[in-house]
Design a protein around this ligand. Structure first.
Ligand code: TMP
Ligand code: ASP
Length: 235
């Protein structure tokens, strides 16, 4: 596989074309941003951790029937993936109150929800990724009903699989954000699953092992990413 020119640079990843029009190479950066890029920093070693963690989780999800864009891990930071058209929806699943949900509803963080919940944000930085529902998504032609149904089904499966998996590592999956893409007419899981995109709390101590340490200046950011990676047991 030959790496060709850069197609795109996002906040946490670069994407390169390859000699196969159906495949891309994603390259994970150590750059971290929060609050729509207003806060910027570096989390040393994050790129490699997020790359390897995402691939590890995507392999597990594939086994459980969730199709993903993963083709092959090329090295610590780079992975060959299927070239999808990203559905412009951030799909957020929550098991416990935290973050914007806790704020909006005037709740403390860490309250277990009666059942997992799903929400959509419209992926649009200029608009600060506004909260929308499936009717908005349909009305704005962001996705079809069939696509929304597939996304919803897969998202809850991802939650169930990850929640059980992380529980075995002594980690509570508080909430997470995933993105899907269209590949030859099918909806598949794309983007990443990492401490950047999940809230992961130690089950016993409730210590935050995710990007909230960076967002909220809690310190020991690198240690938290390393700790999650260590528990995955894939060194
Ligand atoms: P929120 O509570 O700020 O809405 O975040 C919900 C989940 O989504 C949390 O696990 C962090 C993740 N997330 C992202 O991955 N990217 C984002 O831009 C935001 C705002 C949240
Ligand atoms: N990555 C997002 C940004 O830079 C936000 C976040 O993860 O908090 O805006």
């Amino acid at each position: 596989m030959e790496k060709r020119e850069q197609l795109y640079e996002g906040k946490a990843k670069k994407v390169f074309l390859t000699d196969d029009p159906d495949l891309l190479i994603v390259s994970y950066k150590d750059d971290a941003t929060a609050f729509d890029g207003q806060k910027k920093g570096t989390i040393v070693g994050k790129g490699a951790i997020n790359n390897r963690m995402t691939n590890h989780i995507f392999r597990l999800l594939e086994k459980k029937g969730v199709p993903t864009h993963l083709v092959e891990e090329l090295n610590d930071r780079e992975t060959l993936v299927k070239k999808v058209e990203i559905v412009p929806l951030e799909v957020i699943i929550r098991n416990f109150s935290a973050g914007s949900f806790a704020k909006k509803l005037g709740m403390e963080e860490g309250i277990k929800l009666a059942c997992p919940t799903l929400e959509f944000s419209y992926k649009n930085d200029d608009l600060h990724d506004p909260f929308i529902n499936s009717y908005y998504a349909l009305a704005l032609n962001l996705a079809t009903q069939e696509e929304i149904d597939a996304i919803t089904k897969y998202a809850f499966t991802v939650n169930q699989v990850m929640r059980e998996y992380f529980a075995g590592l002594g980690i509570e999956l508080i909430d997470f954000k995933i993105e899907f893409g269209r590949y030859h007419g099918q909806i598949i899981l794309a983007d990443e699953v990492s401490p950047d995109t999940c809230r992961l709390w130690d089950k016993e101590t409730h210590e935050k092992l995710d990007k909230d340490r960076f967002r909220r200046d809690l310190g020991n950011v690198e240690d938290a990413y390393q700790e999650v990676f260590r528990r995955l047991g894939i060194q």
